[in-house]
Design a protein around this ligand. Structure first.
Ligand code: PLP
Ligand code: COI
Length: 346
């Protein structure tokens, strides 16, 4: 895999969401019951045993967060403590040794500072995406947790996740489930995404930008999209997002619930969103670190497309929410206490 082009040669206005091999990543190793100190490395290839539990049995979890270049040239992280905590929870679900949360944040800052040239310029809307990843390694064959692990954090500049960025796109419901009622849906583990590749591919081939999964027990309620949580805004100004034990607890979702209530004057609700009752919503969207706030034009269900506001125009409250959230992330709008951490630059 070729190394990334020099930072000055990238077209930050047309990045999309693609892997790039940047100069530095963080790597720590767990063995004999403890994590080593970890360090930055230039080697982007992992050398692991063929018996690694991550390869056979999906003992692997990950995170996604972004670094934002502000107008004054400094670099912001958005709520990295919540990613550290969620990864801790994912590790507990897969019997992996959680990486200490304070050290997680420290390592994120090291990776951003070491690759600071690649944090896209303010005003392009692009960001540096960080991917913390933990995998079970070592020689194993039985279905047991590994005794050795790698924790890495790598990074790459990214643009819009869904084609068009802040433009409505259509989503489709799927026959497949993303997660089981008491499975691993609430954890950010690799297996959830392996199972989503086929439904995602079918949706893309049919011209939709992502899948909307229904609740696995009754198939009557919206759970979430393949890589983002769902929200709808009702005609009487309630900001509604599904509550379910099998969806990923999205950091963007918790932030949007707060902003909807405290900055947009909406009533914020976590509750049921029945797929047969989409008429109550005047706007809808997908939200996540990669997706940011992505307007949903319409949702296809049983061969009918339900359009919310418009298939081409961004709805007004969705745009307001996008502006408020990204304004905070890029440092232009005052952040609620504790939401922004600065990356110390050398
Ligand atoms: N749901 C799924 C399945 C995801 O992969 C993601 C991405 O992280 C989200 C929701 C959004 O979560 P967050 O806002 O924490 O990025
Ligand atoms: C994220 O938003 O960080 C995600 O992890 C979504 C997807 C790229 C898996």
């Amino acid at each position: 895999m070729a190394k990334a082009k020099p930072a000055s040669e990238l077209d930050y206005n047309n990045l999309g969401f693609n892997y790039m091999d940047l100069p530095y990543r963080f790597l720590a190793h767990y063995s004999d019951g403890r994590w080593d100190a970890g360090k930055l490395t230039e080697d982007s290839t992992l050398h692991i045993s063929e018996g690694s539990t991550s390869l056979h049995y999906g003992q692997a979890d990950f995170e996604g967060l972004k670094a934002y270049r502000t107008k004054d040239g400094s670099i912001n992280l958005f709520r990295p403590d919540m990613n550290a905590k969620r990864m801790h929870n994912s590790c507990e679900r897969l019997l992996m040794p959680p990486y200490p949360e304070d050290k997680f944040i420290e390592a994120v800052k090291q990776v951003v500072a070491a690759n600071a040239d690649y944090v896209p310029p303010y005003g392009t809307g692009a960001t540096l995406y960080l991917r913390p990843l933990m995998i079970g390694i070592g020689g194993n064959i039985g279905v047991h947790p590994a005794s050795e692990y790698l924790f890495t954090i790598f990074a790459m500049p990214v643009g819009a996740y869904y084609k068009g960025g802040l433009k409505p796109t259509n989503f489709t419901t799927s026959y497949y489930d993303r997660a089981a009622p008491h499975g691993t849906g609430q954890s950010k583990v690799g297996g959830n995404y392996g199972g989503s590749l086929l439904p995602g591919d079918e949706a893309h081939k049919a011209g939709y930008s992502d899948v909307i999964y229904l609740d696995p027990a009754t198939h009557t309620k919206i759970e979430e999209a393949g890589s983002a949580n769902f929200f709808g805004i009702t005609k009487d100004n309630e900001f509604v997002t599904p509550k379910s034990p099998s969806i990923l607890p999205s950091i963007t979702k918790y932030s949007a619930l707060y902003l909807a209530e405290h900055r947009l004057g909406l009533k914020a609700v976590q509750g049921d969103v029945f797929i047969n009752d989409l008429d109550r919503f005047k706007e809808a969207g997908a939200m996540g670190t990669a997706a940011v706030i992505s307007p949903i034009g319409g949702i296809e269900y049983k061969d009918k497309l339900h359009v919310f506001y418009s298939e081409t125009e961004v709805a007004p409250l969705t745009r307001k929410l996008y502006d408020e959230l990204t304004g905070i992330q890029f440092g232009d709008v005052e952040a609620p206490e504790g939401w922004i951490q600065k990356v110390p630059l050398n």
